[in-house]
Design a protein. Structure first.
Length: 179
C-alpha cells in the first residue's frame, strides 16, 4: 500500500457514491465505471480513506460520524469553491432540486455542462466527471449538491443542508446495521 499523502477531492466523491449505494453490494471496477475514473484511482482512494478512518477496514462502509465531521468542519478549508463566471450547467448547492424548494434565490450555482438546463455562476466540482456521474445517479447528485453547500453556502443554507444530509446518512446507517 502506498504511503498516505493526504486526501484528494475524488475521495469525497467516492465516499458519497458508497453512501448513495446504500446496502447494495458493489465492486470497485463498477464504482470506478459509474464515476468515470480508473479502477486504480478508485483503489488508491479507498486506501487513503481507510487509512484516515473514513472507511472501515473492509473498505465497503463509510465511517459516517468522521465523514460528516470532515464535510461540515473541514471541506470548505481543504476544497474551497469560488463562484465563477455565468455559464450553462447543472444546478448545485442551494440551486439543486433537493434544496431549490427550501431556498428561493436568483443567484444560482452550477457545474459547467454543455447539456445543462440552468444558467448560473460556475462552481468547480470536486472531480471533473461529477456532472456526468450525477446525471446517472439521483442520490449521488443530491449528496454532491448538499456537499457543495458546505463549500460555498452561508450559515442558513449549511444548516438546512446538514439536516437533509443527516436524514440521508441516518438511512444509510440503518441499512448498514441490517446487513
Amino acid at each position: 500500500m502506498k504511503p498516505h499523502r493526504g486526501m484528494r477531492p475524488q475521495d469525497i466523491v467516492i465516499l458519497l457514491k458508497i453512501i448513495a449505494k446504500g446496502n447494495s453490494s458493489w465492486y470497485s471496477k463498477d464504482l470506478a465505471s459509474e464515476l468515470y475514473m480508473s479502477a486504480s484511482e478508485l483503489t488508491e482512494s479507498l486506501n487513503r480513506s481507510q487509512q484516515v478512518g473514513l472507511l472501515d477496514p473492509s473498505k465497503k462502509k463509510v465511517m459516517v460520524t468522521a465523514f460528516m465531521d470532515f464535510l461540515l468542519f473541514g471541506l470548505r478549508y481543504v476544497y474551497p469553491a469560488q463562484a465563477g463566471s455565468i455559464v450553462r450547467g447543472m444546478p448545485t448547492s442551494h440551486a439543486a432540486p433537493i434544496l431549490a424548494k427550501v431556498f428561493k434565490s436568483d443567484e444560482k450555482y452550477v457545474w459547467a455542462d454543455v447539456e445543462g438546463t440552468e444558467r448560473g455562476q460556475a462552481i468547480e466540482p470536486l472531480y471533473p466527471t461529477v456532472p456526468k456521474a450525477a446525471k446517472l445517479d439521483t442520490k449521488l447528485y443530491e449528496l454532491l449538491a448538499l456537499t457543495d453547500v458546505f463549500r460555498v453556502g452561508k450559515t442558513r443554507e449549511i444548516k438546512a443542508a446538514m439536516e437533509i444530509m443527516n436524514k440521508i446518512i441516518s438511512t444509510y446507517q440503518k441499512q448498514q446495521l441490517n446487513e
